[in-house]
Design a protein around this ligand. Structure first.
Ligand SMILES: N[C@@H](CCC(=O)N[C@@H](CS)C(=O)NCC(=O)O)C(=O)O
Length: 223
């Protein structure tokens, strides 16, 4: 099972999945891990976010209204084409199509499915939002020659710390090594990449031992 790297104008034969991503973007990694765990081949097109800034081009904005990767293109056996953006939405699209045995997701409309959604939304709207702003202040703003906003950085660090405590408490509560129930789910897959992004400050493993072992396990699973 593997990713075949393609260029934009390459013609592909239906059915297929094609992921538009950027190098090792934490948001793209979530989907790469899902394809890997579900043993599904896919095409991969790199979108140059830095040099050519392809995310601002008209063709890309047509498939990703927010001008961000990742985007999934799915063409079914009848040639019907669907584009979907937002990494969490793409994750659910993929497991609903591919994870029939529920190896990495819970069946829709069960209590654990709603817990899976809760943790996915917590990650997307609270943890990741703060982590992305931290990334922007620490790694993007300095490239423009402007100084980062120190006050905002302090505030973000405190928000992020609170999130670590929330994840730690949940992992302690389940006691299974997973955020939801007793197995791996989309909640774990979407939550770990920003946690282990080495370009950003890391959490204190002694303070958050459950988070530490969970992160290490997630890194191994994704390899
Ligand atoms: N909430 C979105 C965030 C996507 C996102 O922030 N993508 C970044 C790369 S990691 C991006 O495309 N940035 C390009 C830009 O902002 O110009 C998701 O989960 O898919």
């Amino acid at each position: 099972m593997s990713a075949t790297v393609v260029t934009r104008d390459q013609e592909l034969k239906a059915p297929y999945f094609k992921l538009y991503s950027y190098n090792e973007s934490p948001n793209g990694i979530k989907l790469k891990v899902i394809f890997k765990l579900l043993k599904t081949d896919y095409y991969l097109q790199n979108v140059d976010l830095m040099g050519k800034q392809e995310q601002r081009e008209e063709w890309f904005l047509k498939i990703s209204p927010s001008g961000r990767i990742p985007v999934l293109e799915h063409v079914d056996e009848n040639g019907n084409k669907k584009f979907i953006f937002e990494s969490a939405a793409i994750s659910y699209y993929l497991v609903n199509k591919l994870d029939e045995k529920h190896e990495i997701s819970y069946p829709v409309d069960t209590p654990l499915y709603y817990e899976e959604l809760e943790w996915t939304f917590f990650t997307a709207t609270t943890y990741e939002a703060a982590r992305f702003s931290q990334f922007w202040q620490l790694l993007v703003i300095p490239k423009t020659g402007a100084p980062p906003n120190e006050r905002l950085l302090v505030d973000l660090a405190s928000q992020i710390e609170k999130c670590y405590a929330v994840y730690e408490a949940q992992l302690k509560k389940t006691g299974t090594g997973y955020l939801v129930g007793s197995q791996l789910s989309v909640a774990d897959i979407v939550s770990y990449p920003w946690m282990v992004c080495l370009a950003l400050p890391q959490f204190d493993g002694e303070k958050y031992p459950n988070l530490k072992s969970w992160s290490e396990k997630m890194i191994k699973l994704s390899k």
